[in-house]
Design a binder for this molecule. Structure first.
Ligand code: PMP
Ligand code: GLN
Length: 382
């Protein structure tokens, strides 16, 4: 068969999880919690099912859930989305990103992608017939930084640029955008009609007292943005695959045209459960402290090895430079770490379209403290 995506194979997350299982390694590769969600959330799903919420919901999502999402965004980021017209519930952030891209990108359009980046972006753009234009994160004179360089981004803009993807907090680098970054982006885009797709799935995981800079906080950006988030990350239920997209009415209308013939709707009882569970903001307000504890525990342990720690300002990832430990390529180092040391990680090179060797790998610390301790025990020999 002729393939539409010749460069795409099995994702590194699947490959590393399988290798970790085969070698009985502690899996700090693929990003997902190894602990369970709040049992109250499970009760909410069971109750929704018993109450008969088992048929198709309205196409854009259960109204009570869209209301709860609009209230949350209003309270946290001071921007009011109309839940009737501007919020759509999706099958995880993955579908939200693909659908947003399919809704706005036409064949021949360019989409600016800052790399390293999440692995679904480029194939999504290709499926829409667009072309990903990669701009590396990082600034001259700031080694190891993954900050956006707006001069480089400006230089990538052409008359064909249709959209720009922003991801903060960032997977894999764990960096977060500042208010100044958002102002610089708003200024850069002002004379253009470029649409922003803001992947904010780690919005509730920002550390050291910093605030998450949602594009929703910046009216000029919000007016041209799709914001994508995921309940999987926030409520420790990555397998439920429910998220949402918030965007101004004209963008949401285009989004929904694609959404209704892409998935039409997503899981009804889970949407009812999430609507009820969201009434209490405590679970997401407590998330930064919950994960900061894990980040600190993990960093403390790694600080006693020859790994060099990169900053982890947000998300549930920690990147490390291993150049004092090994000369292997990142992929080879991750294989060796998994099979010989018993801890799985993800090479940073796979988040670059052309691959790029920096001797940096990513660990995920969304794990029980005992899992992190057992990984640290194995890594202590390095
Ligand atoms: N974007 C980023 C940056 C992610 O890390 C992930 C989760 N791996 C997703 C999108 C996809 O989220 P979901 O599981 O809700 O589809
Ligand atoms: N988002 C997760 C990660 O970056 C995994 C997602 C996946 O397995 N596709 O590790």
């Amino acid at each position: 068969v002729g393939t539409k995506l010749p460069r795409v194979g099995t994702t590194i997350f699947t490959v590393m999880s399988a290798l970790a299982q085969e070698h009985d390694a502690v899996n700090l590769g693929q990003g997902f919690p190894d602990f369970d969600c709040d049992p109250k959330l499970v009760d909410c799903v069971a109750e929704a099912m018993r109450a008969g919420h088992n048929q198709y919901p309205p196409m854009p999502g259960v109204p009570a859930l869209r209301d709860a999402i609009a209230r949350k965004i209003g309270a946290l980021y001071d921007h009011r989305y109309d839940p009737g017209l501007e919020i759509t519930v999706t099958a995880g952030a993955t579908q939200g990103i693909l659908t947003a891209i399919l809704a706005v990108v036409r064949p021949g359009d360019e989409v600016i992608v800052l790399e390293p980046c999440y692995d679904s972006y480029e194939p999504n753009i290709e499926l829409a017939g667009g072309k990903a234009v990669f701009v590396p994160l990082g600034r001259d004179g700031e080694p190891g930084s993954f900050r956006p360089d707006f001069e480089r981004i400006a230089a990538a803009i052409t008359p064909r640029t249709r959209a720009l993807l922003v991801n903060t907090p960032h997977n894999p680098s764990a960096s977060v955008w500042t208010r100044e970054d958002m102002h610089a982006l708003a200024e850069l885009l002002r004379p253009t009609d470029i649409v922003v797709i803001a992947d904010e799935v780690y919005e509730h995981m920002v550390y050291d007292g910093q605030a998450h800079e949602s594009v929703a906080r910046h009216p000029e950006l919000a007016a041209r943005s799709f914001i994508v988030s995921s309940f999987g990350k926030t409520y420790h239920v990555t397998g439920w695959k429910v998220g949402y997209v918030a965007a101004p009415a004209p963008l949401s209308a285009e989004f929904r045209k694609v959404h209704q013939f892409n998935v039409f709707t997503v899981n009804t009882p889970v949407q009812h459960a999430l609507a009820r569970y969201m009434a209490d903001p405590a679970p997401y307000l407590e998330l930064p402290a919950f994960y900061q504890h894990k980040r600190d525990l993990f960093r403390d342990g790694l600080g006693r090895t020859r790994f060099r720690l990169l900053p982890s300002e947000g998300s549930y990832f920690q990147c490390v430079d291993y150049s004092a430990i090994s000369d292997r390529s990142e992929v080879e180092f991750c294989r060796w770490l998994t099979t010989e040391i018993g801890v799985a990680a993800i090479p940073l090179s796979v988040f670059y379209a052309g691959g790029r060797e920096q001797r940096v790998v990513r660990f995920c610390f969304a794990k029980k403290d005992e899992t992190l301790r057992s990984a640290l025990q194995r890594l202590a020999q390095l």
